[in-house]
Design a protein around this ligand. Structure first.
Ligand code: CMC
Length: 374
């Protein structure tokens, strides 16, 4: 093996895909050729899911039919609600979600059918059920009864409704829709790669998604948004941000929500989320978290030249919307399930086992030493 071995597979092209394109130098992100900035402005999350799976935007009839399909699949099987009630209350919602999704796989009504049609039906069930799952996990964690999904709300609005037990304001529904659009896919990020590795063994979609959830949970990936909010809470006021950042960097700590493997300029999703964060803050008359975020951004830029990523301004946005920070990564999953399933479908459609090599750096030719002489 003579190829270079970059740590963390940096810049390694590990496959082809028609789903998502990132231009890390220009700060552009495309889903199936559409700029995410246009999608964030004009599309519903449901349209984006259709786009990711089918490679084109739906027409009116196709979208209506798809939305109806999603709405008919939102409810959770009783056994899943039962399982959620048995999860220890201190469990992180991401661990609960991972467990519940794995369990959902055992209830799959068509386990033996691995056709594309069956996998599309599975993907539809997953996208429809993720908001219900996350909301139910949170309600039970708070000692409340889960709220049944409604069939007359968008996926974004319904998620907030099930979380709070009351219909969200049009602004909150709109902001959640944009957040879901922005998180839907991101090429071969760690969780999507994990999902594709599992799918490439021809294992089932639930196994692939369970693996993806495990990868998303980590703080270097989706888990960063929760850590961002913990940071903002610890800093507490804009005046304290600069000193906090300087001290954290002096201790060689990572500032959560900054830096990216692919973007060398501003992440286009961060640009939109910064605007959303300000918008919800102004509407709520609560600018503190946005202002601390801006102060942290200025300090990190001055000290390290790093840009915020998607996780940075989503934290202050969700916080002002009254969402507990343990749910920020599960919300990422409510969106990214669309991209994961798109990639799993693409993997199945043109599969080859993913099995790279490692460059061995351990000892060789060690003589056997009997137990009594070690
Ligand atoms: N805080 C402080 N320093 C950083 C950070 C950060 N957030 N990110 C990168 N650096 C520094 C790093 O210390 C190194 O500096 P030096 O050369 O002086 O040692 C340099 O930048 C390159 O870092 P790297 O670790 O080689 O970069 P990477 O491509 O391996 O890591 C990353 C990418 C996202 C894991 C990293 O930037 C990071 O840890 N960020 C914080 C966690 C985070 O926000 N994750 C979310 C990622 S984006 C969306 C998602 O997946 O959820």
């Amino acid at each position: 093996m003579t190829q270079p071995n970059p740590a963390g597979l940096e810049d390694v092209v590990a496959g082809t895909s028609e789903i998502c394109f990132i231009d890390g130098k220009e700060g552009r992100l495309l889903y199936r050729g559409y700029d995410v900035r246009d999608l964030a402005e004009h599309a519903t999350f449901e349209e984006v899911v259709y786009l990711l799976w089918h490679g084109r935007l739906p027409n009116r009839a196709e979208l209506d039919a798809f939305v109806q399909q999603l709405r008919s699949q939102q409810a959770l099987p009783g056994q899943v609600l039962e399982l959620i009630r048995h999860i220890p209350p201190a469990t992180h919602p991401m661990a609960a979600l991972r467990t519940a999704v794995s369990f959902l796989g055992t209830l799959d009504p068509e386990q033996d059918d691995q056709s594309r049609e069956a996998n599309l039906r599975r993907a539809t069930r997953l996208v429809a059920q993720f908001p219900t799952l996350v909301a139910a996990i949170e309600r039970v964690r708070q000692g409340k009864e889960p709220v049944a999904p409604r069939r007359d709300l968008s996926l974004a609005a319904n998620f907030l409704y099930m979380l709070r037990g009351e219909e969200p304001s049009p602004l909150h529904a709109e902001v959640m829709n944009v957040a879901l659009v922005l998180h839907a896919d991101h090429e071969l990020n760690a969780s999507t790669f994990a999902a594709r590795v599992v799918a490439a063994t021809l294992s089932d979609m639930y196994s692939a998604i369970t693996a993806a959830l495990g990868a998303l949970k980590g703080p270097l990936h989706g888990g960063a948004n929760e850590q961002v909010m913990r940071t903002l809470l610890e800093i507490g006021s804009p005046e304290r941000a600069e000193a906090w950042v300087k001290q954290a960097l002096a201790q060689r700590r990572r500032i959560m929500g900054f830096g990216h493997r692919v973007y060398k300029t501003e992440d286009p999703r961060a640009t939109i989320l910064r605007r959303l964060s300000r918008k919800v803050a102004e509407a709520a008359g609560e600018l503190r978290w946005f202002e601390i975020s801006q102060a942290v951004e200025r300090a990190v830029a001055a000290e390290k030249g790093l840009h915020p990523n998607v996780d940075f301004y989503s934290a202050s946005t969700y916080y002002v919307m009254g969402i507990p920070f343990e749910l920020y990564t599960p919300i990422f999953a409510v969106s990214r399930i669309s991209g994961w399933t798109a990639h799993v479908l693409e993997q199945y459609a043109n599969n080859r086992l993913i099995r790279p090599r490692a460059e061995y750096t351990g000892p060789t030719h060690r003589p056997w030493v009997p137990l009594e002489r070690r």
